[in-house]
Structures are given as structure tokens and as C-alpha cells.
Write a protein of this length. Structure first.
Length: 542
């Protein structure tokens, strides 16, 4: 095998964000862009003689990128690559395969819920041997390499040699092609009571799973239709497409509006769910009800013991800081640890490895457990089905019971997309500078009790992450959080997170936006979002 050392020079901006490097597809297609970044990863992780998992969500450029990465892996001395057939693997499936085959890590091609196609987005993420996203020490090392790179190594071979069924070779490197679904579906069968869910469906319980033309389609068909017996057609938009059918594969009420309409109909299915581009996010609905991700985390934590994989209970709950405190109340009742981490699944890894958290979740539609080291959309859906089957209650009844026990934490996130980055940074910086002066001040209809910039020290390895978002706490218990997204590819996205708790004896049936109006007004009074951005309102409300 001939290896070419291709001369190159650093490309600006190859800095991983909340979850790997995400850019416009056109940027990834520009000369040497992908190659530089892949070589920087390899330089940082010293891959010679090692084994990695490789796959992606099937978006435009997935196939070409996989061929390039394989040739570069061979040239960098990798011993073996495990690749999803047709280049497909959901993010949680990659995490599972890394753990199952005890590989040294994996590479995931995805820009998650961002649109795909030539005008959409692309991304690349490196996961470590525990199956989880690389921690900041490694992503910083990768970024440092991108700034010094002078050449990348790539095998000249056009196509790998076929050695035996499912096995290929590129020079000395072995390539195993694996079915993307089977091992993941098998894992799910070990965690959940498939018999109970099968029985529920056999008794006429109806479900609709929207794969949003993304990677979970084949997983959904195998699990819900083949293994659990849901009628054909229960999984909709199940064929992965390079541009996700022109849609936005983000499972929230805005982008999954078809599903919401179906679920709000009087004759809608009993249960509805959706997942995102790479299969790690989820949206949960019952007939006539949408479950917020923060509430979903709390319900899952409170009921996890009903699923066989969690029969012995859970050791702890971890949630990202902007996620509502609903799960904290469950942790208190269960007498288990509860952790508040910065946004980014990577911050859960140490807690999961140390056995200090079993269930993790984020407001950004992510829930998961220690079965892998990524959030896992289908896992959350199966957990809900298991809970419904065991409790014999509808989603609406389960939520009503939960709120009657723990109270209801009204919650909403308002996103202001595509803001000029200078304006967004100035807004956040001014807010941070004013923090010390805010406590005691009136803010619209409320009074500020506490104002802080969130810093985090990992309780397991002591690593520190600073300035992860501004938290404003108001008299009466309302909370607003402001931070800039780390996953966007155009301008800046300002996220405003709002929450307010209502006791079990209070009014549990309010419209969330109405319940949160005073908190929103208070946040606006402090941050001046409207005046600074010129926006009348948010682009997306979830
Ligand atoms: C990623 C991260 C999540 C994070 C989300 C939103 O999810 O893995 O931990 O909560 O982005 O991050 P931000 O608010 O910075 O945009 P995904 O599904 O996009 O990989």
C-alpha cells in the first residue's frame, strides 16, 4: 500500500464545540478541510495498532468522508476499523460498539439535528474508549494540532480488498463491516421488558415513531415493528436520506410538527416519539400531551426500576445546568446523588464511569443511562413504553401522577438564532460584568435573588469548566439561564431557558408560556435581548 504524505497548512476555526466539529457542508468540502481535522485527531490520539469504530448519520458527504477517513486510518497505522454497513451508525450505536468490542474509540460523522445536504451542515466527533465524547483535554489537543499541521497521511489505494464475508483489508488494516442495527437492538432487549411492551401493543396500544428521514429509521423498524410487533407503518419517515427529506431532523414541537398534529388529534395514536439526525435525541408525546425533556428525565428517573435493566434502582441522576430541577426532586425523594453539569454529554462521562450517575438528561432532548456513554433517543422511547406497559397508564396519566407527587416545574427554552456574533458576545459579556450588582434589584415583575456565571468542577477527576452560562434566580423560585449555543454553524444562537416550580397543591394545569411569562419578562428586563438583537421574539420555542 502506497502512502502519500500530503503537504497542507493550518485552517482557521477547526475548534470543536459542544459536540465535535460542526460546520457548513461546503466548509467540510473545501480542500483539505476534513483531511486536516482527521490528521489532527490522529496526531492527538496516536492510533497506530489500535481499533476504532466508524459510522455516521448518512447525511450528504457521509460516504465520501468515510472513504477518506479509512484511507487516512490505514496510512496512520490503525490496525482495525469497525464500520457500519453503508457507513450508517447512530451515535448511541457507535458508543455501544466501542464498548462491546472494547475498541480504542470511534469516529462519528454527524451534525446531529442540524439540516444536511450541500447547503446544510456536516460534523465529525471523536469518542474515547469508554464510548463517550472526548473530554476537553483531548478536544483541546486536537484543536492545538490543527493549528500546527503541516501534512496529512493518506493511503493511495482506491478501494479496499475484499478478504472474506464482511471483512476487507486496506494494506495492513482490517475493515469489518457490521450491521448497524442488530447489536444495538440486542442491547435494548437486555434492558427493557420486551414481552410487556409486546403485550401492550398486541392489546391494541398504538404508537407512531417519526425517524425524520434520519438514521433511526432502520433501528425503529427493527425494534418497534419486527421485534415488538407494532403494525407496519408505525415507524414513519424511516428511510435515511442524505438531506433528511429537506427537513430539519430535530425532534421538537417546531420541527416535528407533523407528529405533534397527529398526537393532538382526538383519534391520534396512544404514544408518539421522534428522534434526530444521529439518533441520540428524543421527543416524547402521548395523545394530547407533549412531555418536556426535563420532565421526561424526571419521570424516567422516578420509574426506571420498572425496567429489568434498572431493577436494582439507580445510583444517581445527572442533568445539565440549564435543564430544569424536576429531576432533582426525584433524586431527593430517592435519596440518591444529583449532579448539575455544564451543557454537553461529555461532562456526564466521568460520573457514569464512576457509578455516581445511572440516568442522565438534558433539556436539549437528550436522555440516557450508563448502558452507553451517549444520550440515546430509542432508549428513552423504549423506557417510556416499558413504564407505560408496567404501570398500565397513559402518558397523560403518568404526567398527572408525577406532578401530583413532585409538583410541576414549568419549563421552556427560547432560541434566538443567527444573531450577529459580536452582538451576542457583547450581550453575554455585559451581563457577566453586571452580575455582582444584580442581587436585590428589581427585574420587571420580579426581584433578583442571585446572579452567577456557572463554573463546574468535575467531582470525579477535578477538571474545571468555567463560564458555562449565566443563572438568574428570582424571588419566588423562578430561574432564567442565558448562554450561547456551541453547536450552531451560522452567527450565534442565544438560548434563554425559563423555569418555575409549582407545588403539588398549586395550579398544575397552566399553559407553560403563561406560567413562565413573569420569568421571561424579568430575564428580558435584565438582558435587553429585544433591544440588543432587534428581535421581537424567539425563533424557536420549545
Ligand atoms: C449536543 C450536545 C448536548 C447539548 C446540545 C446542545 O447535542 O451533545 O450535550 O445539550 O448539543 O448544545 P448547545 O446548547 O451548545 O447548542 P447534539 O444532539 O447536537 O449532539
Amino acid at each position: 500500500m502506497q502512502i502519500e504524505a500530503h503537504a497542507t497548512r493550518p485552517i482557521d476555526g477547526q475548534k470543536p464545540g459542544t459536540s465535535g466539529l460542526r460546520k457548513k457542508t461546503a466548509t467540510f468540502l473545501s480542500p483539505d478541510y476534513l483531511q486536516n481535522y482527521v490528521q489532527a485527531i490522529f496526531d492527538a490520539i496516536e492510533p497506530a495498532g489500535k481499533t476504532y469504530v466508524l459510522g455516521g448519520d448518512g447525511r450528504y458527504f457521509n460516504d465520501v468522508a468515510i472513504a477518506i477517513i479509512l484511507r487516512m486510518a490505514a496510512a496512520n497505522g490503525v490496525a482495525r476499523m469497525i464500520v457500519g454497513r453503508a457507513g450508517l451508525l447512530s451515535t448511541p450505536a457507535v458508543s455501544h460498539l466501542i464498548r462491546l468490542h472494547e475498541t480504542d474509540g470511534g469516529l462519528i460523522l454527524s451534525a446531529s439535528h442540524n439540516p444536511g445536504g450541500p447547503k446544510g451542515d456536516f460534523g465529525l466527533k471523536y469518542n474515547i474508549a469508554n464510548g463517550g465524547p472526548a473530554p476537553e483535554a483531548i478536544t483541546d489537543a486536537i484543536h492545538a494540532r490543527t493549528r500546527k499541521i503541516t501534512e496529512y497521511r493518506i493511503a493511495k489505494a482506491d478501494a479496499p480488498d475484499h478478504t472474506q464475508d464482511g471483512e476487507f483489508a486496506l494494506g495492513d488494516m482490517r475493515i469489518d463491516i457490521v450491521d448497524p442495527v442488530t447489536e444495538y437492538a440486542d442491547l435494548m432487549e437486555t434492558l427493557f421488558d420486551f414481552d410487556a411492551i409486546r403485550g401492550l401493543i398486541a392489546r391494541g396500544f398504538t404508537l407512531r415513531f417519526d425517524a425524520m428521514h434520519a438514521v433511526t429509521g432502520p433501528y425503529g423498524v427493527e425494534i418497534f415493528e419486527r421485534r415488538l410487533g407494532a403494525p407496519g407503518g408505525s415507524v414513519v419517515n424511516h428511510r435515511p436520506q442524505p438531506d433528511f427529506g429537506g427537513g430539519h431532523p430535530d425532534p421538537n414541537p417546531v420541527w416535528a410538527s407533523d407528529l405533534v398534529a397527529a398526537m393532538m388529534a382526538a383519534d391520534g395514536p396512544d404514544f408518539g416519539a421522534a428522534s434526530d439526525g444521529d439518533g441520540d435525541r428524543n421527543m416524547i408525546m402521548g395523545r394530547g400531551i407533549y412531555v418536556t425533556p426535563s420532565d421526561s428525565l424526571a419521570v424516567i428517573a422516578a420509574n426506571a426500576h420498572l425496567a429489568p435493566g434498572y431493577r436494582d434502582g439507580i445510583t444517581g441522576i445527572a442533568r445539565s445546568m440549564p435543564t430544569s430541577g424536576a429531576a432533582d426532586r426525584v433524586a431527593r425523594t430517592l435519596g440518591i446523588e444529583c449532579h448539575q453539569t455544564p451543557t454537553g454529554w461529555k461532562y456526564f462521562g466521568t460520573l457514569l464511569d464512576a457509578g455516581r450517575a445511572t440516568i442522565c438528561g438534558e433539556e436539549s432532548a437528550g436522555t440516557g443511562s450508563d448502558h452507553v456513554r451517549e444520550k440515546d433517543g430509542l432508549w428513552a422511547v423504549l423506557m417510556w413504553l416499558n413504564i407505560i406497559a408496567t404501570r398500565g397508564q397513559s402518558v397523560a396519566e403518568i404526567m398527572a401522577d408525577h406532578w401530583a407527587t413532585y409538583g410541576r416545574t414549568y419549563y421552556s427554552r427560547h432560541d434566538f438564532d443567527g444573531i450577529d456574533a459580536t452582538v451576542a458576545n457583547a450581550l453575554m459579556n455585559d451581563l457577566k460584568s453586571a452580575l455582582a450588582t444584580l442581587p436585590g434589584q428589581a427585574a420587571g415583575p420580579l426581584t433578583i435573588v442571585e446572579a452567577q456565571d456557572f463554573d463546574y468542577t468535575d467531582p470525579v477527576d477535578g477538571s474545571v469548566a468555567t463560564s458555562q452560562g449565566v443563572i438568574l434566580t428570582f424571588e419566588g423560585g423562578g430561574r432564567a439561564v442565558l448562554r450561547l449555543s456551541g453547536t450552531g454553524t451560522e452567527g450565534a444562537t442565544l438560548r434563554l431557558y425559563l423555569e418555575r416550580h409549582e407545588a403539588p397543591t398549586g395550579d398544575l394545569g397552566q399553559d407553560p408560556q403563561a406560567a413562565l411569562a413573569p420569568v421571561k419578562a424579568a430575564a428580558e428586563a435584565v438582558a435587553g435581548i429585544r433591544a440588543r438583537t432587534g428581535r421581537d421574539g424567539p425563533d424557536v420555542v420549545t
